[in-house]
Design a protein around this ligand. Structure first.
Ligand code: UDP
Ligand code: MG
Length: 315
């Protein structure tokens, strides 16, 4: 099969039939063999009824229904595990992404051998309260991940099948799929400018909290991908630095005191010096960080996928 199109949706009943017939047209025009996976993320409207009807009239349309709303990441993750196509396309259900872009994306993966092609909504039709924080967000992700994309969280993306089978999208990590892909060893990542439309039906499912949560997730993603398998390299260094700064300061203070006593010179009470408390705190924090590192090492040693590597080829 050429293409699997994965569409996560939550309360998008109005868009579904229009979206599916548009995709069908594009697929037929290009003679692709394809499947459309509609993942109903616990919708409360008539989305699932629509999906049942659509799949009855078209065997290429498949549906999966969650018992409750788990989030876009969960929907994508399940879609990824079920996809059969050699190229996997994800897109939003709200008709903001245009199916006309699919052939171009497909060619980039097939002919130019990219692992991941991310859509770039260069001209956006979203309110300004969303476009400005988004710019900031993309800048931060570019800086921390080193991936040169302008629009990380575009719903319209294309993947080589091996990419989606190798990554796991959980929580709200759908914003960072290119980062996850890069850390899984897929570095041929590029972007393509895509058309973007205003939302036709319904309303957005993410509020302003997306930016705070998104930022926290960015910290998690950077930390986990870099240090999850060697936490001591993170906590240990910080612990050592803190401890030694404290220790040196402490040695200096107590050395000075001893010197004064031995030479019968007047000396300040150690407990009256601010440096003493700084040294003490630094040493305590240093030991704590060290301990955190050790405990994290032991946890990561018990992690079920501690030795789970992706082997690309073997002869
Ligand atoms: N979505 C989902 N589960 C959720 C929230 C959203 O499957 O809990 C789907 C939603 O139906 C849409 C896509 O994710 O197909 C993108 O959501 P939305 O258009 O609301 O986001 P925005 O375009 O505002 O970023
Ligand atoms: Mg949308």
């Amino acid at each position: 099969m050429d293409i699997s199109i994965i569409i996560p949706l939550y309360n998008e009943a109005d868009s579904l039939s229009e979206l599916c017939s548009w995709i069908n047209d594009v697929m037929k025009k290009n003679n692709y063999s394809y499947e459309i996976l509609l993942i109903d993320d616990g919708s409360k409207d008539s989305s699932w009824k629509k999906i049942e009807n659509l799949s009855k009239s078209n065997s290429q349309i498949k549906g999966i229904k969650f018992r409750r709303n788990y989030g876009k990441s969960a929907a994508l993750n399940v879609g990824f595990s079920k996809a059969n196509g050699s190229v996997v396309i994800t897109m939003d259900a709200d008709l903001q992404d245009s199916p006309e872009e699919i052939p171009e994306l497909y060619k980039k993966i097939k002919n130019e051998n990219f692992d991941l092609v991310s859509g770039w909504k260069e001209k956006r039709f979203d309110p300004i309260t969303k476009t400005i924080p988004t710019k900031l967000f993309n800048w931060a992700v570019r800086k921390t991940s080193g991936i040169k994309l302008n629009d990380f969280n575009c719903g319209l993306k294309a993947y080589k099948s091996s990419v989606v089978k190798s990554i796991e999208v959980h929580g709200e990590m759908h914003r960072y799929i290119p980062v996850l892909a890069k850390w899984a060893g897929f570095s041929k990542i590029t972007e393509q400018i895509v058309k973007h439309q205003p939302r036709k039906y319904g309303k957005t499912k993410f509020g302003v909290e997306r930016f705070i949560n998104g930022f926290l997730d960015l910290l998690t993603v950077t930390f986990v991908t870099r240090f999850a398998k060697k936490p001591m390299h993170f906590f240990g260094i910080l612990g050592l630095i803190m401890f030694f700064l404290g220790f040196i300061l402490f040695t200096f203070i107590s050395g000075n005191k001893l010197y004064c006593i031995m030479n019968d010179e007047p000396a300040t009470n150690i407990a009256e010096m601010s440096g003493f408390y700084i040294a003490l705190t630094a040493m305590i924090i240093g030991v704590q960080l060290f301990l955190a590192g050790f405990i994290a090492e032991m946890i990561s040693r018990n992690n079920y996928d501690r030795n789970n590597y992706q082997i690309e080829q073997e002869i």
